[in-house]
Write a protein that binds this ligand. Structure first.
Ligand code: 5GP
Ligand code: ZN
Length: 117
């Protein structure tokens, strides 16, 4: 069924507590944890607890949860005292997506180039 946990999904395992993560925030619908390979002083991933392969499919199926992810991304930036920050949803392997469970990267704590690579 759409949104159900996937046995082979790393982020579903983090949601279940089967893979450890440095969790910074958790809500009924989301988990935020530090990226294992940070690209900035603040690099936190915000994920929905439900499994969808990318942000757009999450938004299409469960728009309230997609909004929860965005709101939590803002809360993370506030907690990290990042006034300027970037929210990134890599979508598709050509754009660098490696984990096919929707996630927002929250990047901050340093100057960020625009346009990105
Ligand atoms: P993507 O490349 O799909 O946009 O982002 C996946 C992110 O997950 C990468 O930035 C990668 O460093 C991070 N990541 C991969 N495996 C783990 C893990 O086991 N724990 C944590 N905390 N982050 C991970
Ligand atoms: Zn998953």
């Amino acid at each position: 069924m759409a949104g159900e946990p996937q046995a082979d999904c790393l982020f579903c395992k983090i949601v279940a507590g089967d893979v450890p993560a440095t969790v910074v925030r958790e809500t009924e619908t989301t988990v935020a944890f530090r990226d294992i390979n940070p690209q900035a002083p603040t690099h936190v991933l915000v994920i929905p607890k439900v499994h969808y392969p990318d942000a757009a499919s999450l938004a299409a199926a469960e728009p309230k949860v997609a909004a929860d992810v965005l709101r939590e991304a803002g809360e993370v930036a506030t907690e990290e005292k990042s006034e300027s920050y970037r929210i990134v949803f890599n979508t598709g392997s050509g754009a660098g997506q490696t984990v096919f469970h929707a996630h927002a990267h929250v990047l901050g704590g340093r100057g960020l180039q625009w346009p990105p690579g």
